[in-house]
Design a protein around this ligand. Structure first.
Ligand SMILES: Nc1nc2c(c(=O)[nH]1)N[C@H]1C(S)=C(S)[C@@H](COP(=O)(O)O)O[C@H]1N2
Ligand SMILES: [Mo]
Length: 196
């Protein structure tokens, strides 16, 4: 069981929980790239450096969870897939068409990753396995679960929660959050949550 399940981390699934077979899973990369690419989970693990980052996923709905996320750093992925200069945004999608679009410049700093595990355990379907984004520096709705498609864009597109009124940029705002790990509420100063 992953630490997320252990901690009973809230499960958000606008499209319902998807069950994707890790053995047949593929990640498709399209849009402003030199050529479209497609990876199985095994190919991702072979072709990119594997990393673990201890960071928080923080939801606009008022909770935050810290975990050791296992996967591939976005910056390692990005630099070797032939993204064209005119790309400004990146769209992340699940097979049920949950979409969210992130400014590429917002992923240059910080430790965003394509994650298949937490604490050395595979992510359960409930938590977005076999592969999800984890973008610690932005509200959780940018961390697309059941990630199966990445598209590089010149023009912004409005995603699922953004269409329903949530901020397009999704910078974490000052306020208070429930820390799932400790069961305590803490003030947050805005930006990536690093103070606990
Ligand atoms: N495909 C998909 N990804 C998603 C969501 C979703 O509904 N569908 N919810 C988002 C929101 S609002 C948050 S806070 C996090 C929550 O991750 P968790 O359900 O693993 O705790 O997933 C994000 N990624
Ligand atoms: Mo969220």
């Amino acid at each position: 069981m992953s630490i997320l399940a252990d901690l009973k981390t809230p499960i958000f699934a606008a499209e319902g929980i998807l069950h994707i077979d890790p053995a047949t899973f593929r990640l498709e990369v399209s849009g402003l790239v030199d050529r479209p690419l497609s990876f199985s989970l095994a190919e991702l693990k072979q072709q990119f450096p594997i990393a673990t980052v201890n960071r928080r996923l923080t939801s606009v709905s008022g909770w935050s969870v810290r975990a050791d996320w296992n996967g591939i750093l976005w910056r390692d992925f990005f630099k070797s897939i032939g993204v064209q200069e005119k790309a400004r945004y990146v769209l992340f999608a699940s097979p049920a068409d949950y979409t969210t679009v992130v400014w590429l410049k917002d992923l240059e700093e910080g430790e965003a990753l394509l994650a298949w595990g937490a604490g050395g355990q595979a992510l359960e379907p409930e938590y977005g396995g076999p592969l999800r984004m984890v973008v610690p520096q932005l509200w959780g709705y940018k961390s697309c679960k059941w990630l199966c498609r990445i598209e590089f864009l010149e023009k912004y597109r409005t995603g699922y929660w953004e269409l329903r009124g949530y901020s397009h940029r999704a910078e974490i705002e000052p306020g208070e959050t429930f820390d799932v790990n400790s069961g305590q509420y803490y003030p947050i100063p805005g930006g990536e949550v690093t103070n606990f």
